[in-house]
Design a protein around this ligand. Structure first.
Ligand code: CTP
Length: 420
């Protein structure tokens, strides 16, 4: 029999007191209902690695919704349930915990969503992607803190290896190809040689995955600390190629991603900015192919389109004699991430300066007067109102008027000129 590994001290040390107490109570309530309860997946992996992770995933051998409902009463928390999968999310104060009923999954065809059946913890762990994600911790009081490691997860953690559980893993779910690269680069681990062979073999299976699911994986990558490392590895293995054959995860991208992070600090760069940089070298047609492969939502699709079309305006923006209003008209209908991506990609300090001027000041310039004010000043309603407002806006942008009073004076002067 293998030695019992007790992780209760790690739980105490690494997780906030409120979550620790919650898990103790959850284990007691589960036991009182005759159910077994486990902490599973990423949080167990990260507890063993000493990495912060507050995303608690609990698996119940029994009925997750019943247990979550009872705990919601004790904690006065809000509960969201999905009866179809028998899962629940419990939220209270700043905490959120996911409950799932132990299940097994089968796949009707590659890339399809799994068919789900309730089952034991062992089956639930076996359906998972990599051994390092298959560990669980007992939460019922009699065994609280005991590690369950059926598939050699701890050994792989020690040897810093990403390993699938069976030969068909990437065929069942090719998003695991991207997930594998994400974990490998995040943790600075290696794909275990056999897993690497299977991954290479199954790369064509990526084409069986829907745009929404691939986009989701890409978004997860772009939330990593260094997404460029994953993209570099994905290029090396021809995984990036499957998103679009011309995409590159090269040194240029790494440099621009780093600059994007510095610019966005302390926040992470928006996904749109990272995507715009990734797609920067694409032509119009190629970016349309990427948009449709990833089924990008409207705003992200617009960011990519703006990014590509703005490339052709960079030369004009590099003219030092450009007036602020001309800068404004070149940029005003582009999305901000597209503008920032072009600024980062441009070699021209003048273009960068003009873009900075637009982003920091020009896009916020507003008029004091509106159409009603002009009518009150005696200007007849009609298209000239819009024209005058546009001229005024231009004057404001170029600093020809700087105050509300100045706007009125200018309008009166134009009206007088027109009438003389
Ligand atoms: N999982 C899987 N195959 C997938 C997605 C998820 O097997 N395509 C499993 C993994 O075992 C994972 C668990 O479901 O541990 C939960 O998924 P997720 O929340 O994405 O994983 P975490 O390990 O929490 O990942 P991260 O550290 O990135 O939050």
């Amino acid at each position: 029999m293998s030695k019992i590994i007790d992780l209760s001290h790690r739980i105490e040390k690494q997780l906030p007191t409120e979550l620790v107490s919650f898990m103790r109570v959850a284990g007691e309530v589960a036991a009182s209902q005759g159910q077994s309860l486990y902490l599973v997946g990423g949080v167990v992996r990260d507890l063993l690695l000493g990495r912060t992770n507050l995303d608690l995933d609990l698996v119940v051998e029994g009925n997750a919704i019943n247990l979550a409902q009872q705990l919601a009463q004790i904690n006065q928390g809000k509960i969201t349930t999905h009866p179809r999968f028998n899962t629940a999310k419990l939220q209270w104060n700043k905490w959120s915990v996911d409950f799932a009923t132990a299940r097994s999954e089968t796949y009707d065809k590659p890339g399809a969503l799994p068919r789900v059946k309730h089952g034991s913890l062992a089956r639930d762990l076996f359906r998972r992607d990599f051994t390092i994600n298959t560990m669980a911790i007992e939460l019922v009081p009699s065994r609280y803190g005991e590690l369950i490691d059926r598939y050699g997860g701890r050994n792989d953690l020690e040897h810093e290896l990403i390993r699938v559980l069976h030969k068909k893993s990437f065929i069942d779910d090719a998003t695991r190809i991207w997930r594998g690269l994400r974990y490998e680069q995040r943790l600075d681990f290696q794909l275990e040689p056999n897993t690497l062979q299977l991954l290479k073999r199954d790369i064509p299976m990526l084409d069986t995955i829907s745009g929404d699911r691939i986009r989701h994986e890409l978004e997860l990558i772009l939330k990593e600390k260094y997404p460029e490392k994953v993209l570099r590895r994905a290029e090396e293995l021809y995984v990036l190629h499957r998103l679009h054959p011309t995409l590159k995860g090269n040194g240029w991208l790494a440099e621009k991603f780093e600059q994007a992070r510095q610019l966005s600090y302390p926040n992470l760069p928006p996904v749109g900015l990272y995507l715009a940089l990734l797609a920067y070298s694409l032509t119009n047609e190629e970016s349309e192919q990427l948009i449709s492969r990833l089924r990008l939502p409207k705003s992200l699709a617009q960011t990519l389109r703006d990014t590509i079309s703005l490339k052709t305006k960079l030369e004009s923006l590099a003219n030092p004699k450009l007036t602020p209003s001309s800068v404004y008209y070149l940029l005003h209908d582009c999305s901000p991430p597209a503008i920032t991506a072009n600024s980062l990609a441009s070699d021209s300090p003048v273009a960068q300066q003009n873009i900075k001027l637009f982003l920091n000041r020009l896009r916020y310039v507003k008029l004091a007067l509106n159409g009603d004010d002009l009518v009150r000043m005696g200007i007849p309603t009609g298209p000239q109102i819009k024209e005058i407002l546009q001229l005024l806006h231009e004057a404001r942008l170029d600093g020809k008027v700087t105050s509300n009073q100045g706007e009125e004076v200018l309008v009166k002067r134009w009206v007088n000129l027109a009438n003389s």
